[in-house]
Design a protein around this ligand. Structure first.
Ligand code: PLP
Length: 410
């Protein structure tokens, strides 16, 4: 990192369920109670240096938030260029649905290294793992997180082992292997892969980097919320539609907004957080509808949106808590609506969304039609990966260059 090295104001970590504190300077997985750990900072002390003016003068990447990130020593940062990601309006798509054309925006996370927002969380977690001397890491993955870990692990010179459901998108297998990771296809879902990783970690084979089973991926993902607030001149949108698998990004953004308020950068207003899932795998939506604080495992999970095919999320109580506190909701979308949303944004606005991103557009359309949101509500959809990481339907027509071409028919 260039320029002066701002100090991290990390103080300790705290169990998200019991509040029990653990020290910051040690390697941690889950809390002593077996629940996710959250990193805490001295926000009062950080306030003096982390002003809007100071932030504006720093490079526009996720490391500009160093005061409220856990990395203490800049030399530990493992970076591939985690740039700020843009907002893109879906003006025609919004207009066709009867909404204000300026009200619907996508935050396009596909621009990050390895083509997905997983770069944020993994860059942070690998940097922290390196600071603690970890050299072997394993993770269960639906594809994008594994691709990110393979890349950051290669950069850090670590041994990376990845376990994926056997129908993970093909490109992801290619990416993971290209970076030299050891990749296993498991005949099960991501939580089945997670059980293998946990067993290996318990045997001392590697460090388990599963989402929310270590405390730092969420700290990387929270930069989505920090960045979004700064880009919108500290005025948050009315709604955030987030494609929810493990929910790390949603929980992270919710944490980010609380920290920004404590820093005096935003007021008490919050966006309504909307957890979007596919009808074929909607444990959070089911729990939300039933008024529960935790979700049951979803059996026979199915959806083409691989990143949100997560039958059981360890941070379910945090996702449901944030959604409820924000006055938001959880919504499930049919598979066909994901496809039609992807087609519409691509054709009408030139924005090719990944299936998970398209699910958020389908959810926005559904919520508008059901009157859950208004046509002037400023909504941000998260497109968390580049669509080019997925197989896209090929609608081309074969053409024989040796035969006469009827140009009138083309
Ligand atoms: C493209 C994409 N969108 C959304 C998600 C879900 O993210 P989270 O685990 O933060 O809910 C994933 C996770 O794999 C993903 O790859």
């Amino acid at each position: 990192m260039k320029g002066p090295d701002p100090k991290s104001f990390v103080t300790h970590l705290e169990c998200a369920a019991t509040g029990e504190r653990v020290p910051a300077g040690e390697l941690h997985g889950l809390s002593p109670a077996g629940r996710p750990l959250l990193v805490r900072y001295d926000l009062e002390a950080a306030r003096a240096g982390l002003t809007a003016a100071a932030l504006a003068a720093r490079p526009a990447d996720m490391w500009r938030w160093r005061e409220i990130l856990p990395v203490r020593n800049a030399a530990d940062i493992v970076s591939l260029g985690e740039t700020e990601t843009p907002f893109i309006t879906l003006a025609r798509t919004a207009g066709r649905a009867g909404a204000d054309p300026a009200a619907l925006r996508v935050k396009d996370e596909g621009r990050l290294p390895t083509g997905s927002f997983k770069a944020r969380g993994v860059a942070m977690a690998v940097s922290m793992a390196r600071s603690f001397g970890v050299t072997r890491i394993a993770m269960p993955t639906n594809g994008n997180a594994g691709a990110a870990l393979a890349a950051y692990g290669a950069r850090a010179g670590m041994e990376i082992t990845l376990f994926c459901p056997d129908d993970t998108p093909a490109v992801n297998f290619g990416e993971m292997s290209a970076h030299g990771a050891r990749v296993y296809r498991v005949n099960g879902l991501i939580d089945d892969c997670g059980a293998i990783v946990a067993e290996g970690a318990a045997k001392g084979r590697w460090f388990d980097l599963s989402t929310l089973k270590e405390p730092y991926r969420i700290e990387g993902k929270k930069t989505m919320g920090l960045e979004l607030a700064a880009q919108l001149s500290w005025s948050l949108p009315d709604l955030i539609f987030y494609p929810t698998g493990g929910g790390t990004g949603l929980i992270g953004m919710w944490k980010a907004f609380a920290e920004l308020e404590a820093l005096g950068l935003i007021g008490p207003g919050r966006p309504r957080m909307v957890a979007v899932q596919a009808e074929g795998c909607a444990p959070i939506v089911k729990a939300w509808r039933e008024g529960r604080t935790q979700a049951e495992r979803w059996e026979n999970a199915r959806t083409e949106a691989a990143g949100i095919r997560v039958p059981k999320a360890i941070g379910d109580f945090l996702i449901l808590g944030a959604v409820r506190e924000s006055g938001g909701f959880a919504i499930a979308v049919p598979e066909d609506d994901i496809v039609s949303a992807q087609t519409e944004a691509a054709r009408e606005d030139g924005v090719l969304l990944c299936p998970e991103g398209a699910a958020t557009l389908a959810a926005w359309r559904g919520a508008l039609a059901q009157g859950l949101i208004g046509p002037a509500d400023r909504a941000v959809l998260f497109n968390c990966a580049s669509a080019l990481k997925y197989a896209l339907p090929d609608r081309s027509t074969p053409l024989d260059r040796a035969a006469p071409i009827d140009f009138g028919a083309l």
